[in-house]
Structure formats: structure tokens, C-alpha cells
Design a protein around this ligand. Structure first.
Ligand SMILES: Nc1ncnc2c1ncn2[C@@H]1O[C@H](COP(=O)(O)OP(=O)(O)OP(=O)(O)O)[C@@H](O)[C@H]1O
Ligand SMILES: [Mg+2]
Length: 353
């Protein structure tokens, strides 16, 4: 199954514009392999799909892929960004209207539901639909029928509905802001986009992909990512997910300095002090405690270095350790030897550019 998708995806790369080759689009982490497997099973069947995951995890890309692998791939792909359209306009935008339906409706206009006939209707941020629109959407999902505003009769369309959300719809149902029956209708197949911090194995290939991509695009020659920077990328918590990684690599290609970007990637305090605990296997208390101690030590060293403007001799005195021991610890903690100066140099270089 996966092979079928692999082949189909490779042939689609061009059709979806900037989307990178299949291996990079999916990565090799277990979570992405599971996603690929599910996608291969669902893409060919015209059932509704709900894609959920944090912002920047690739929900748009997957929605386009679902369309590109579907039997109606030669039909239209119509995206509706629900929060971007004011509530009052959303109904006419989605379902269209007839002449005279409201003041200013001088002619009739089809909505995006109709435009997506024999194709895919992608409803992004579905939780933003208000209750009356949720009811109209439910009708569409139940019998393929809808009504233009001001029309006398229902119309019928054949359309595949793909929805995306970065909220937990179960919670919205509990809060009474999302219809449970609609949830069951749109959630026939669920695709979960894991955050980047849950697929750290994919950071390396993605970062290298973006490096190559933007080097080519901007005609730049940024150097390969150093082992030190890759370690920083691996440890970072990536709140903006792939979008943040992509922007970071774009910045690296344009500015050409690792220091500028590694300064942006300070780990959160909570991450430093709480090592990731994998509950799937046996837990080594000794190892985790060692990791937490090292993280705390790194934090203290950083703070003292910062207070002394990266004067390592003074920092060593304050920490009551030898200068040599401090140098060793700085290297061991993956900190740059004299970060402040190098960062400032790089920043003034950028400003001069
Ligand atoms: N697997 C991937 N391979 C390469 N680039 C990706 C991948 N996933 C996402 N991207 C890039 O990351 C950025 C964010 O992706 P996308 O817009 O699909 O995320 P999203 O989950 O829809 O975010 P949001 O919730 O903010 O709408 C895009 O610029 C896209 O090119
Ligand atoms: Mg999106």
C-alpha cells in the first residue's frame, strides 16, 4: 500500500508546486509512517477526512495530498479559510446566493461548495463555523444537498470534504460550540499531524531539505549545517513546528550565520529541567536524573556567563571552578566558546548588509 502512495506522490510533486519529494514530505519517524499508511488507505475512497494537529505541522499540505490522490484529483481543490471570512459573509461565500436574497445581491452567485463539485472542499479551521452553518454543512454531508441563500429549492453536489483544525473538537463539543453529529460526519477518517518535537528524527532531513531548497531559490551558498547547530535544532521545542524550521533555514540561507539563528533557539526553561520521559519502555531513573542535572548545570553556566558578558575567567571564579573546568563544561553543554561576541559580529554584519 505504502509503495502505491510513494509512487503516486512522487509523480505529484510537480503538481503541488513547492512541495518536496515524498521522503521529506513524510519523514521516516514512526508517526509519519503511520500517517502515510493511513493516507494510502483512505485517499482513494471518497470519504470525509479530518486533519488535526498544531499550527505549522503540515495540515494544508496533507489536505492537498488527499485531493491529489483521490479519484477526483482532476477536479477542483477549493479551500475555505473559515476564520478569515467574517461570520456574516461566510454563509454566502460557502453556499452562494440568489438575486435579491439580501440588500446588494444584484445577481446570483455560486458558493464554494458548488465550485468544488467533483473535487475537494477543504474547510480549514472548521471549529470557527457557527452553529447555523454547522447545520447546513451537516445537511451537505448527509445527503449532498444544500440551499443557496434566498433559493427556493435545494441543489445537489458531489464533493469530498476535508476539514482541518488545530483545536480539540471533543472539547468544543463539551463546551457546546461544536455539533457532535457533525463531528462524527467529518471524522470518518482522522489524520493526526504530530508536532515536530514528537518526530525529532525528521528534523535533520527537513532542515537539510530547506537548506538546499532555499540555497537554490535565492541563489545562495550557505554552508551545510554544523554538528553543533544540528544538536541545537534537535533539542529545541519547535512551538511553530515545520513552518518555524522552514523560516529558520530561510533566515540561515540569507544571513549565512549559524550564530544568529542559534541565538533564536534557546530551549524553554521547563524543557531544560524536565527531560522527555518515554513511557513506552523501561524508565532509567539514573539516566533521567543525570540529564536533568546536566540541564540545570548548563542553565547556571549560561546565566553566569551572561552576567559576566561571556568573560570566562570571571565566570569560572564566580562558579568556584577552574578556568579549564569551565571550558570543558561549556564544550560539553554544546555552548559556543564565546557566543556573545560572535553573535554581535553576525548581527552587525546583517545590519551592514
Ligand atoms: N512535510 C513537510 N515537508 C516540507 N514542508 C512542509 C511539510 N509540512 C509543512 N511544510 C511547510 O511548513 C509550512 C506550514 O505547513 P502548513 O501550512 O501545511 O501547516 P498547517 O498545519 O496548515 O499550519 P496552520 O495550522 O498554521 O494553518 C509550509 O510553509 C509548508 O511548506
Ligand atoms: Mg493550515
Amino acid at each position: 500500500m505504502a509503495a502505491t502512495v510513494t509512487n503516486s506522490v512522487s509523480s505529484l510533486v510537480q503538481a503541488i508546486g513547492d512541495i518536496p519529494p515524498e521522503a521529506i514530505v513524510f519523514g521516516n519517524s514512526e508517526a509519519m509512517q503511520a500517517l502515510r499508511d493511513r493516507l494510502s488507505k483512505v485517499a482513494g475512497a471518497n470519504v470525509p477526512v479530518l486533519i488535526h494537529g498544531e499550527s505549522g505541522t503540515g495540515k494544508d499540505i496533507i489536505a492537498r495530498l488527499v485531493h491529489a490522490l483521490s479519484p477526483w484529483k482532476s477536479g477542483p481543490f477549493v479551500k475555505v479559510n473559515c476564520p478569515a471570512i467574517p461570520g456574516t459573509l461566510l454563509e454566502s461565500e460557502l453556499f452562494g446566493y440568489e438575486r435579491g436574497a439580501f440588500t446588494g445581491a444584484y445577481g446570483s452567485k455560486p458558493g464554494r461548495v458548488e465550485m468544488a463539485h467533483r473535487g475537494t472542499l477543504f474547510l480549514d479551521e472548521i471549529s470557527e463555523l457557527d452553529m447555523p452553518l454547522q447545520s447546513k454543512l451537516l445537511q451537505l454531508l448527509q445527503d449532498g444537498q444544500f440551499c443557496r441563500i434566498g433559493a427556493q429549492a435545494d441543489k445537489k453536489v458531489e464533493v469530498r470534504i476535508v476539514c482541518a483544525t488545530n483545536r480539540r473538537l471533543e472539547e468544543e463539543i463539551e463546551n457546546g460550540t461544536f455539533r457532535q453529529d457533525l463531528f462524527y460526519r467529518i471524522n470518518v477518517v482522522n489524520l493526526y499531524m504530530p508536532p515536530l518535537r514528537e518526530r525529532r528524527g525528521d528534523i535533520d532531513p527537513l532542515a537539510n531539505y530547506f537548506l538546499e531548497f532555499y540555497n537554490r531559490k535565492y541563489n545562495c551558498k550557505a554552508r551545510p549545517i554544523s554538528a553543533e547547530l544540528m544538536e541545537v535544532l534537535q533539542k529545541y521545542h519547535w512551538p511553530g513546528n515545520i513552518r518555524e524550521l522552514e523560516n529558520l533555514m530561510k533566515r540561515y540561507v540569507i544571513l549565512g550565520s549559524e550564530d544568529v539563528i542559534s541565538a533564536d533557539l534557546q530551549p524553554r526553561e521547563a524543557d531544560l529541567l524536565t527531560p522527555e520521559i518515554n513511557l513506552d519502555g523501561p524508565i532509567s531513573l539514573k539516566k533521567l536524573t543525570r540529564q536533568a542535572t546536566r540541564a540545570l548545570e548548563r542553565k547556571i553556566i549560561l546565566k553566569v556567563l551572561h552576567n559576566h558578558h561571556w568573560n570566562r575567567k570571571q565566570a569560572a571564579r564566580t562558579l568556584n571552578i577552574s578556568y579549564r573546568a569551565l571550558l570543558y563544561k561549556i564544550r560539553d553543554a554544546g555552548l559556543p566558546p564565546n557566543r556573545a561576541r560572535r553573535t554581535e559580529d553576525a548581527k552587525s554584519q546583517v545590519a551592514a548588509d
